[in-house]
Design a protein around this ligand. Structure first.
Ligand SMILES: [Zn+2]
Length: 260
């Protein structure tokens, strides 16, 4: 009887010890595997943004691009700062492709109007001095229009962002130009979020680029283009013969109302 009890006791001790090890080891395994997963998620987030997506859906309305200002300013923008306005200094037939938001000073943050991917980056300050800028403009004047490589230089610091498609198969992209400085060391293919700072208002590429600081602030503005691509055609919004008040309304209705 005593021997039977002794065997039972020793057996129980072994059993409890075995169960304890099994439970400990399985919970250790669980902890290890969950930490492996979280490490995998972390490294995924840190190492890669989403890649450009040809099925990406545009989200409207757009955020107003200039921080501290809102779409109300659009209703007062003068005709010469609207799409389609003549730009005879760079060719008899040259016309403005976007809308200009004059801010009265440089260095105001500019944000992405919608989620998207950067498809072109120009660092800006391409012209070493005003004389060389004028010499380049003479080429455009002689041509009667602005060849696109020259227009690229006149845009100064500039970003093109692909924003995706609507349900009717229209693709959208934006161009923001004349940045005083870009932000974040952007590279082609980088993903930007709606409302994220992409640069600062400036005058790069314009004649104001070469003016003194006080004079320059008069010329500081964001040049913004909104392009709709459909049926193989690339149409900057408002780049047509429409009435200027209609063009203001087009741009006004593009942006959300609270200015954030
Ligand atoms: Zn402009």
């Amino acid at each position: 009887m005593i021997i039977f009890l002794l065997v039972l006791f020793v057996g129980s001790v072994f059993l409890i010890h075995y169960l304890d090890r099994t439970l400990t080891s399985s919970s250790e395994t669980e902890i290890k595997s969950s930490s492996d997963e979280s490490l995998a998620v972390m490294s995924q987030g840190a190492s890669s943004e989403p890649l450009p997506d040809s099925n990406f859906k545009i989200s409207m309305p757009l955020a107003f691009p200039v921080v501290g200002m809102n779409r109300e300013m659009i209703l007062d923008i003068r005709d010469s700062r609207l799409p389609g306005a003549p730009r005879t200094y760079r060719g008899a037939n040259a016309r403005h492709q976007g809308i200009d938001f004059y801010t009265g000073k440089c260095d105001i943050p500019v944000v992405a109007v919608a989620d998207g991917w950067i498809i072109d980056v120009s660092v800006g300050e391409q012209f070493p001095n005003a004389a060389r800028r004028n010499a380049i403009l003479d080429v455009a004047l002689k041509a009667g229009f602005t060849p696109s490589p020259i227009l690229e230089n006149l845009n100064g610091g500039s970003l093109l962002i692909y924003h995706g498609w609507n349900d009717s198969g229209v693709c959208y992209y934006s161009r923001s130009s004349h940045f005083e400085r870009l932000f974040g060391g952007w590279k082609i293919g980088d993903f930007v979020r709606r409302g994220e700072i992409i640069g600062y208002v400036g005058a790069s590429g314009t004649s104001s680029q070469f003016k003194s600081k006080d004079e320059k602030k008069i010329g500081c503005h964001l040049h913004f283009e909104w392009h709709e691509v459909s049926g193989g055609e690339d149409n900057p919004l408002g780049f047509d013969e429409r009435d200027n008040d209609l063009k203001r309304n087009l741009y006004y209705n593009l942006f959300e109302s609270d200015g954030s």
